[in-house]
Ligand binder design. Structure first.
Ligand code: OGA
Ligand code: NI
Length: 370
């Protein structure tokens, strides 16, 4: 038995390495015209049967109209929007904003530019292909957690650390350089508005998150989910929660994103002009459990057209002088004691990089058990 295990894991490692070293990504596999996917992409039956249980109902994540917030001082209206954001962040952990002030042309140009990057021949993209955990710079890869995850997923990604150290713009691939820079600026403005609303929902000063530098440490990831010839055997992205404070997600018209709500997986229908916002683990922790970081995943793409999504993760930049983070003291009282203990930067990174994205998050580890 042991020999067989050793043998099959040896084969798997060899195949993973061959795929990784080819630098062709899943886009390259898809373009090559394969009709069956390499076996290291095949997920176990438990995961696959869960995908068959996706919700077919018409529920959708909340849609929040930000017109009347941008450039307006109508306090009553603002209170209503704060309530909507608070409710969505508490019960869904996910919502979609419309009339956020970013022109549709900017959204379209960003999607086109990221698509154009992924559409290049793989020899051109190969010079950006890396697999390292360093924080900073630009990298293109297939499956961040390729060697850590139990099964691989059907997507490739271009990642750029936009802050806190300013990115060297020349490091960005020319084909999407201007668009990535412009999108980062626009998405940061939307994030600032949303963070203000989230702060007000917690009874904090609107500018509190900005003051805590939550807008500074940003990673932009341009995902490509190409056509998958066997979409029932694999996934686009494995179910996970995002580690940061909030994530801003821009997607094209090809569906696939699903959000866990109660026991159901809800399809997020692409909404032209909409931006998806979700709470990450840090937000759940610093809000002392008020806002929820919710599981989400992406189906393997069965459409001939690639699904493109561009996410920006807003993380904790500065760590407190004494080296730890936890629930914001302003939110704690004898009636509302901390439900999470403080954690260190090292604990966060060890947790994040020790495993595939699907396993238990930091939140479970630092929960105070009574
Ligand atoms: C992620 C993520 C979803 C998507 O990158 O963390 O959840 O639609 N992406 O690409
Ligand atoms: Ni995510």
């Amino acid at each position: 038995m042991a020999a067989m295990d050793a043998n099959s894991s040896y084969d798997r490692m060899k195949e993973l390495k061959e795929f990784d070293e080819s630098k062709m990504g899943v886009k390259g596999l898809s373009d090559s015209g394969i009709t069956s996917i390499p076996r290291f992409f095949v997920h176990p039956p438990e995961t696959l049967s869960d995908f068959k249980n996706s919700s077919s109902t018409c529920t959708n994540i909340p849609i929040i109209d930000l017109s009347g917030i941008i450039n307006s001082k109508d306090a009553d209206h603002r209170l209503k929007i704060v309530e909507q954001v608070k409710e969505a962040a508490k019960t869904w952990g996910f919502f979609q904003v419309i009339n956020h002030g970013v022109p549709i042309s900017v959204l379209d140009e960003t999607i086109h530019a990221i698509k154009a990057f992924h559409d290049q021949p793989h020899e051109v993209k190969a010079k950006y292909y890396k697999r390292e955990n360093e924080l900073g710079g630009v990298m293109y890869t297939s499956n961040n957690d390729l060697y850590r995850a139990k099964s691989a997923a059907w997507h490739d990604s271009l990642q750029a650390w936009m802050g806190p150290e300013p990115l060297k713009v020349a490091d960005l691939p020319e084909i999407c350089r201007n668009e990535v820079v412009a999108w980062d600026k626009s998405a940061k403005e939307v994030a600032e508005t949303v963070m203000e609303l989230l702060c007000e929902g917690l009874g904090l000063e609107a500018g509190k998150f900005k003051e805590l530098t939550f807008l500074d440490a940003r990673v932009l990831v341009g995902h490509c989910y190409p056509y998958c010839p066997q979409p029932d055997l694999t996934v686009g992205i494995t179910s996970h929660t995002d580690p940061g404070v909030i994530t801003v997600l821009l997607q094209n018209h090809v569906p696939g994103l699903q959000v866990k709500h109660g026991n159901e997986w809800v399809n997020v229908k692409p909404l032209p002009g909409g931006l998806i916002i979700n709470a990450g683990d840090f937000l759940q922790i610093i809000s002392n459990g008020e806002y929820k970081s919710v599981q989400h995943r992406v189906l393997a793409n069965s459409s001939k057209e690639a699904r493109i999504s561009i996410v920006i993760f807003f993380n904790l930049a500065k760590w407190k002088g004494d080296g730890y983070h936890g629930p914001l003291p302003e939110l704690l009282s004898p009636e509302k004691p901390a439900i999470y203990r403080n954690f260190t930067r090292q604990e966060f990174f060890e947790n994040f990089y020790s495993k595939g994205i699907d396993t238990k998050s930091l939140i479970e580890k630092i929960k105070i058990k009574n």
